[in-house]
Structure formats: C-alpha cells, structure tokens
Design a protein around this ligand. Structure first.
Ligand SMILES: [Zn+2]
Length: 112
C-alpha cells in the first residue's frame, strides 16, 4: 500500500478517491474519521490521506490526481508552512525546503 496524496479537506480526498476508483485503482482513505475536525488540527499527519492498495498503481494514481486537481483549481501560488516561502502552484513541494505543499493551505490563509 502506498500513500499518494494528503489534503486538508476530506472532500478533496473523497473526490480523488472517486477519480481513482473510476480508473480501476483500489484505494484506501486514512484519517477519514478526523474529517469533521481538520480545521482545528494543524498537523499534516492528521489530515486525510489517500492510499493505493497496489504499489504499482501509485504512479498512475498520482497522474490522475494531478489532472483532477488541476481541473478544479488553476494552480494558485501557495505558502510553504515550513519556511513561509511563496511557491508557484504547479509545484507539489516547496522549492526551498522540499516540504510538500497543499492548495488547501493557501485557501485556508484567505479564509478569515
Ligand atoms: Zn519551504
């Protein structure tokens, strides 16, 4: 089993799970039970996780995820939660410190 995606929003994870399952990729959602409380839990390890059951599916799953997410959000810039650097939306990880980024972080920042 291999983790292919983590997102602050269980809705995003559920959507991506549907995308993968429609492509015939068996998946598993981790931390799903915390979906109602993610706004109060800042730790990324508590975020919902999307896993593929077969490691061989990980590459195609990531491709599908990238496509699905790009279709929903036009890659806005995001702020690295580790070093505070602004990173362009097309990058999955901070170019400076390699921390994986989430579009959800930028969205949450403009939420209040
Ligand atoms: Zn960084």
């Amino acid at each position: 089993m291999r983790k292919v995606h983590t997102a602050e929003s269980i809705i995003e994870i559920a959507h991506l799970r549907n995308v993968l399952e429609q492509a015939g990729i068996a998946c598993y959602v981790g931390n799903e039970r915390l979906g109602g409380a993610v706004g109060e839990i800042p730790f990324v390890e508590c975020w919902p996780e999307l896993w593929v059951l077969r490691n061989g599916d990980a590459l195609s799953a990531r491709g599908l995820i990238d496509t699905a997410r790009a279709a929903v959000v036009p890659s806005p810039d995001w702020i690295c939660r580790s070093c505070g650097e602004r990173v362009e939306g097309q990058f999955d990880a901070c170019w400076r410190c390699s921390t994986p980024g989430e579009i959800a972080v930028a969205a949450a920042g403009t939420d209040r």
